[in-house]
Design a protein around this ligand. Structure first.
Ligand code: DX5
Ligand code: ZN
Length: 214
């Protein structure tokens, strides 16, 4: 299992230490949550912070934009050194065009679905995306409880991917811990994002190890 610790739950006064810990762990990606206070009712951190993070890690950056009109920031995200740019389905009027533009900028393109958005909405873009990020909580905050119907959506997404021959990976974000992560893995998830489960754990390295072994 690919594990992507979410820096939203890291200690911002010692970010370099937390990133060094991730570097020593079995985590393979670093998940960066950008919030604008409009698409979601919270504000997190932005491009200068992600750029600084890119200078101190070689791990791929998985950037999750919880912002309106994410297509306005494609070159900024690229300049941050992002490997994956995730945009929300609900925030993109011209999603197909935005996916093409992300690819033209040299990044992988991910599309994120809120808990209330059906997987079927992806039918006409599934062959164009590199990843689908299914939210296990309503976006905006860490530390929330996993919404169980996400498991059914993972199965539906897996079926859509197999039916179309898409190469899209399935990432789950929100409320992931060893228990919900195991259920997501069994349903077909490829990548688990974990914020509080990792950074609030007494031993974050061991927690990442547990998730990576799923
Ligand atoms: C929520 C963010 C998540 C968040 C996950 O809006 O997209 O990445 O950091 O936090 P946990 O794992 O604590 O639910
Ligand atoms: Zn996220």
């Amino acid at each position: 299992m690919i594990v992507a610790p979410s820096l939203l739950a890291a200690d911002f006064t010692h970010l370099a230490d937390d990133i060094a810990m991730i570097g020593r762990s079995r985590a393979q990606w670093v998940h960066c949550d950008v919030m604008d206070g409009v698409f979601v009712p919270n504000i997190s951190f932005g491009f200068p912070v992600i750029k600084a993070i890119s200078r101190i890690t070689d791990l791929p950056l998985d950037v999750h934009l919880m912002i309106v009109q994410p297509e306005r920031y494609i070159s900024e995200v690229r300049d941050c050194g992002a490997m994956m740019m995730n945009v929300h389905y609900e925030a993109c009027t011209h999603l197909h065009r935005t996916i093409q533009a992300i690819h033209s900028a040299g990044m992988k393109a991910g599309v994120t679905l809120n808990p209330s958005t059906p997987v079927a909405m992806l039918q006409d873009v599934i062959e164009d995306v590199d990843m689908v990020l299914l939210m296990g909580v309503n976006p905006g905050f860490g530390g929330q409880k996993f919404i169980q119907h996400t498991l059914r959506k993972i199965s539906e997404l897996k079926a859509l991917i197999e039916a179309t021959g898409s190469k899209a990976l399935i990432e789950i974000d929100g409320g992931i811990n060893a228990v919900t992560g195991a259920a997501a893995a069994a349903a077909g998830a490829d990548i688990l994002v974990a914020g509080n489960a990792v950074f609030s754990a007494p031993d974050p390295l061991a927690e990442i190890e547990t998730l990576a072994a799923l």
